[in-house]
Design a protein around this ligand. Structure first.
Ligand SMILES: Nc1ncnc2c1ncn2[C@@H]1O[C@H](COP(=O)(O)OP(=O)(O)OP(=O)(O)O)[C@@H](O)[C@H]1O
Ligand SMILES: [Mg+2]
Length: 511
């Protein structure tokens, strides 16, 4: 491999392979080179292997094969401390500060006897523009400020190779701008930075070079100046052969659900859904694609009634349901297949007990007038789910916890679809299912749609979205990038939308 660095690269990773104990091959022979004083973007979709590669560099994981050369020396890190000794520090997606300590205490924590003075940290703050209240307790600080604390902590430990794993995920636009300014200052002072992201726009804005990963392989490494959004989108997104699903022609009924200007707060105090409007018809699958973490989950939870919106309106079957709680929505014909099975099932409850969970408040078939459960009915229903959806369980009395992930998923999907709902919200409904079960669930969603129900399908699997949806959107950073028909959009346009460009912008050739 010929180097693109002027000097010797500070980091050279060669032919890195990583196989996890469960057999997942996360990296399939990756070469990566980081030059001194550059900001290097590591771009790729969910699961591409970005975090795994950088965890190897930071001593958090050991490679299965391959070599890592840091500042000219072949290294074999046993732990993150080994990597820190050579000046490598990583700031992970989930922050690792002690919430009850002050910013200053957190920064000096773990620095041993070479505890940096307040003055030295204040100097560092001035130099980098990472200004924080040193005496504030972490739990009272916003996510953006916490991130600055983490970066300062790394710098105080004399890190000169700084890895940031999707640092802008929970930042507001102005915080992102500030962060970028600081990163550029750090670069000027000779630090080398790896910027992990799936946001094409940001990578183009802040990096000098970009390496694109796809499914554990490097698709290319290019100078940022010499590339463009379209090229990066193409490298990032790949679609396999189109999935064939028998789908009767689209024949929509009236509006089943409409959403007006919905804004929803995320868990970290930053809006996760930023003014979304759309409607879904009976007899339609409406797909919501996008890289995970762009507000899809918060949107789904708000439609289901688990999360309250800050603003906006949700109308189902002509009624305003914005203020109704979950069970009231279920009663009106909503089915919800959440991403997390732990939300859908009570793990300590048996398969049988989990069966009536989302309709117990209203279904007279399952509960008598005195409020007692009709055990025989529930038993029959439970058996039917197991049978029709092929749930493998030792018995109907086994706790949900004892089922494999795929079988828990079948149980949830079966239960929700068997309720005969009007509107179905399905979030990653085939995640964790094998090929046969995946096909089964997809066909079921199509069947539901063709029998006149409205289906909202949220998935990060592009093939699933394009194969099943009648209309779809790509969600990015809390917004819809356009509402389109699957066969009227190219892969390149899709990649661009996933990377943060609206369909309008793309069509107007502004990209
Ligand atoms: N501890 C683990 N055990 C098994 N598989 C794992 C483990 N950690 C990651 N993987 C798998 O390795 C692959 C690469 O994951 P990785 O987290 O590196 O992706 P990523 O590019 O950082 O994705 P994202 O954008 O979602 O953060 C994925 O298929 C993931 O499921
Ligand atoms: Mg990651």
């Amino acid at each position: 491999m010929s180097s693109h660095c002027i000097d010797k690269p500070v980091v050279l990773m060669r032919d890195i392979v990583k196989v996890f104990p469960d057999g997942t091959i996360a990296l399939r022979g990756v070469d990566f080179e980081l030059c001194r004083g550059e900001i290097h973007g590591l771009l790729g979709e969910n699961g591409a292997g970005k975090t795994t590669l950088m965890k190897i560099l930071a001593g958090l994981l050991k490679p299965t094969r391959g070599e890592v050369i840091v500042k000219g020396r072949r290294v074999k890190f046993r732990n993150p401390t080994d990597a820190l000794r050579l000046g490598i520090g990583i700031v992970m997606q989930g922050l690792s500060l002690v919430p009850v300590f002050t910013a200053y205490e957190n920064i000096v924590l773990g620095s041993g006897h070479r505890k940096p003075s307040r003055e030295s940290i204040e100097k560092l703050m001035r130099e980098t523009g990472l200004i924080i209240p040193l005496d504030a307790v972490i739990e009272n600080l916003s996510f953006g400020v916490r991130q600055k604390v983490e970066i300062l902590k790394m710098l105080a430990l004399n890190v000169d190779i700084l890895i940031l794993d999707e640092p802008t995920t929970n930042l507001s636009p102005s915080e992102t701008r500030e962060l970028f300014k600081s990163l550029k200052k750090l670069r000027e002072s000779g630090k080398s930075i790896v910027f992990i992201s799936h946001k094409i726009r940001e990578v183009l804005e802040v990096t000098d070079r970009v390496t694109v990963l796809r499914k554990g392989r490097v698709m290319g490494s290019v100078e940022t100046q010499k590339t463009n959004p379209r090229e990066l989108a193409k490298m990032m997104v790949e679609r396999e052969v189109e999935l064939v699903i028998e789908k009767p022609p689209y024949n929509p009924g009236g509006v089943a659900l409409s959403v007006e200007d919905l804004e929803v707060m995320g868990d970290l105090g930053v809006p996760a859904v930023k003014g979304v409007s759309f409607s879904v018809n009976y007899g339609e699958i409406f797909g919501i694609a996008g890289v995970e973490g762009n507000g899809q989950i918060e949107l789904a939870e708000t439609l289901a009634g688990i999360r309250k919106p800050l603003r906006g309106r949700i109308v189902m079957n002509g009624d305003d349901i914005t203020k109704l709680d979950v069970s009231e929505r279920y009663k009106r014909g909503l089915a919800y297949i959440p991403e997390d099975r732990k939300v859908a099932l009570i793990m300590e409850f048996s398969v049988l007990e989990n069966t009536p969970l989302t309709e117990i408040s209203y279904n007279k078939e399952l509960v008598n007038r005195m409020g007692f459960m009709k055990i025989k009915r529930i038993l029959e229903k439970s058996m039917a789910i197991i049978e029709q959806y092929g749930v493998v369980t030792p018995s109907i009395y086994a706790p949900a916890r004892s089922l494999s992930g795929g079988n828990q998923q079948r149980l949830v999907v079966g239960r929700e679809l068997m309720k005969d709902p009007r509107v179905i919200i399905a979030v990653q409904p085939t995640r964790g299912l094998d090929v046969a079960a995946t096909e089964y669930v997809r066909n079921l969603l199509v069947k539901m749609r063709s029998s006149g129900k409205a289906v909202i399908l949220i998935s990060s699997d592009l093939d699933e979205i394009l194969g099943l949806s009648d209309r779809f959107t790509v969600m990015y950073n809390g917004r819809f990038m356009g509402i389109l028909e699957p066969d009227k959009v190219t892969d390149e346009e899709l990649g661009l939308m996933m990377g943060g460009y609206t369909y309008e912008e793309i069509k107007a050739r502004k990209v």
